[in-house]
Design a binder for this molecule. Sequence first.
Ligand code: MRU
Length: 381
Amino acid sequence: MPKTLPEMMTSLRITAGGDVEIIDQLLLPHTVKWDKVETPEQAFDAIKMMKIRGAPAIASLAALSVRSHLSSSAAPSFASTTSVQEHVAPILDYLQSSRPTAVNLGEAMDRIRGVLSASASSPAELVEKVKDTCFAVHAEDMERNREMGRLGAEWLWKKRGDGKKGLKVITVCNTGSLATSGYGTAIGVITALYEADHLDTAYYAQTTPYHQGSRLTSLELTTLRVPACMICDTMLGSLMQHQDIDGVIVGADRIVKNGDTANKIGTYQAAVLAARHKVPFVVVAPVTTVDLSLATGAEIHIEQRPPVEATLVRGKNLETGELSVVRITPEGVGADDNEWNQVYNPSFDVTPAELISAVVTEKGVAERAEGATSIDVASVC
Ligand code: MRU
C-alpha cells in the first residue's frame, strides 16, 4: 500500500509578513527555535556557524537574504543600474565566502551575478529581477527534489527490487528537508521508496563529529515515520557483512566533470565498503551541485572545520533537561598551543567516480559503465 507522509520539517520558511526564518539546527533535535534572518551578515553568520547547513539550504538562505536586503530600508535608493551592480556584487562575494565546498552556494551567487549584468531599463527593474532570481533559487529546490526522489527510487528498485518486499539502504549525513528547501536529495530517494512501499529499513550513520545523522536525519525519519535504524560510523562494514544491503544513497556538495564527488566526511569509506560488498552506491544531487569547471575531485577545495567541533558535543542533560556542551577529550586536545595532540577535521571527503554506481539529478540517472572509472555527469545536467 502506498504511504502518505506526515508534514516534513523544513530548514527555512518565509512568513506571511515576508520575513525569512530558519530553524537553528545547532539546537536540534531537542529544541525547535526559529530565528529571523534579516540581513546578508546574519545569513553569513548562520551559514558559517552551521545554524543552517546542507548544500541546497545554504544557497537558498544566502539568496533570500539578498532579496530581504533589497526589500528593506537598509538598501540605498539606486540612481542607476550600475549603482545596483556595485552595491550587490560585493554582497554576493561575501556570502559566497561563508562555506567553500558546496558549489550550490557559488552557483546561486553566479546566477544572481548573471542577472545583475543583464540589461534592465531602470534600477528599479534590475532590483526586481534580482529579487525574483533570489526567490527562484529557493522555490525551485522543492520540485526538483521530488523528481530526483522518484528517479532514484525507480532506478534502485529496478536494480535490486526483484523478489523483495522492500529494500535495505544506508545513508550518511543529513540530506532531507533540513538540508534543502524540502523533501531532500538522498533522503528524498529513501522517502520515495517508502511512499511506494518499497522500503524495508533506512540505516543512517551518526556522522561524527557534527552528528548530522544522529541529530538531524534521526529527527527527519522519525517525523516521517520511515522505518529506520541508526548506526555508528564505525559499523558500516559490519552492517554490510551481516545484512543484505541494497544500496548506499548519499547527497553531494560538489560533483565534478568525471563524476568524483565531495560529500560529508565518511562518505568515501561508505563507498569503499559498498564496492567491497557489491552494493550499489548512488549519489543524488540537483544539477546545481554539478561543477563541470573542475575535471577531477583533486581540484575540490575541502573545508577544514575548527577542532572544537570534534572535541565537544552538545546534548541534553538528562537530569535538568537543559542543553549543554560537554568536552569528550582531555583538556587541551586540538588547542592552538598544543602541537603534539592536534585534531584533523575536514568537513568533507571526495569519493572517486570509480566507486560510484550512478549519479541521480532531476534530469536523469547517469550510470557508470561496468569497469569505467568516470561517469558522464554532463549527460544529466
Ligand atoms: O557540513 P554540512 O552539514 O553542510 O554537509 C552536508 C552534506 O554533506 C550533505 O550530504 C550535502 O550537502 C547534500 S545535502 C542535500
